[in-house]
Design a protein around this ligand. Structure first.
Ligand code: PAF
Length: 291
């Protein structure tokens, strides 16, 4: 007979979470927070493993945040898998899962929003107006409720991590933000809950995002640093893969996200591509490590 790991304690009320984490910290425990929207995959689990390894207790929040989806985006069909998520967290030994109701997170009369400045404006900020306002607002609420010591985010959402870091710095939020590397499928596709939308043909074509980033890295390693040339290489690989609709291919400064004309110093290459109806993002850092 196999014995199952105990499920994490599911907390739905923010004040209860606040009290529980405060008590853990009062007893000298370092608490890690992994904010998620659920439909957990290896990318999320790698953040949870890091939190468990680096902290004494780990809180995982699961909340599909309506405020970060545009009116024509996929909020209604975003994958939800609450029971499977809790099983996965149980297998890793997570103590607390914060699973609030939307009506408790955004109470009637909610009218305060966090607008982060310039790093929230280009790339995803331009393609998804209002997205980072929704992200920053929910993340600040989670930071305030959980009161954790450390919070974990993935490099796949590089700009999101930068926006959160800026907010933490600007608003003196007492939490340390750690960013962990992107976790990939064997063919290189960055793990994402949205990969579940891809049909088998689209799934095969989706590997072209990573292939194009690798080709760009090879080009730079061979001495070709001109941004236009690198963008064309990426574009050719994406287009050759089938019906990829390119939203942006950007070479930017990893700190400011200002465009770079050459990848001759620290550079982030960021992509947003539609494969069928599914919008995918990916990125790679050149001459820089994730801070
Ligand atoms: O990266 C995500 O899953 C979400 O944007 C986050 C950080 C959980 C906020 O809703």
């Amino acid at each position: 007979m196999t014995t199952r790991s105990p499920l994490p304690e599911v907390v739905r009320d923010g004040e209860v979470l606040r009290r529980q984490v405060a008590e853990l910290r009062r007893r000298g425990n370092k608490v890690g927070l992994v904010p998620t929207m659920g439909a957990l995959h290896e990318g999320h689990l790698s953040l949870v493993r890091a939190a468990l390894a680096e902290c004494d207790a780990c809180v995982v929040s699961i909340f599909v945040n309506p405020a970060q989806f545009g009116p024509s985006e996929d909020f209604a069909r975003y994958p939800r898998a609450r029971d499977a998520d809790l099983d996965r967290l149980a297998d890793l030994g997570v103590q607390l899962a914060f699973v609030p109701e939307t009506a408790d997170v955004y109470r009637p009369g909610h009218s305060t929003w966090v607008e982060v400045g310039s790093v929230a404006e280009p790339l995803e900020g331009e393609s998804r107006p209002g997205h980072f306002r929704g992200v920053a607002t929910i993340v600040l609420k989670l930071f305030n409720l959980a009161g954790a010591d450390v919070a974990y985010f993935g490099q796949k959402d590089y700009q999101q991590a930068l926006v959160i870091r800026r907010m933490v710095e600007d608003l003196n939020v007492p939490v340390e933000v750690r960013v962990r590397p992107t976790v990939r499928e064997p063919d290189g596709l960055a793990m994402s809950s949205r990969n579940a939308y891809l049909d088998p043909g689209e799934r095969a074509r989706a590997a072209s995002l990573y292939a194009s980033l690798c080709a760009a890295e090879r080009l730079v390693a061979a001495g070709q640093t001109e941004a236009g040339r690198i963008r064309r290489e990426i574009e050719t690989i994406l287009i050759d893969s089938g019906e990829a609709e390119i939203e942006y291919i950007a070479l930017v400064d990893p700190e400011t996200l200002h465009p770079r004309s050459a990848a001759d110093g620290p550079t982030l290459i960021a992509l947003a591509v539609r494969i069928g109806q599914t919008r995918l993002i990916d990125n790679c850092l050149l001459n820089a490590a994730i801070a």
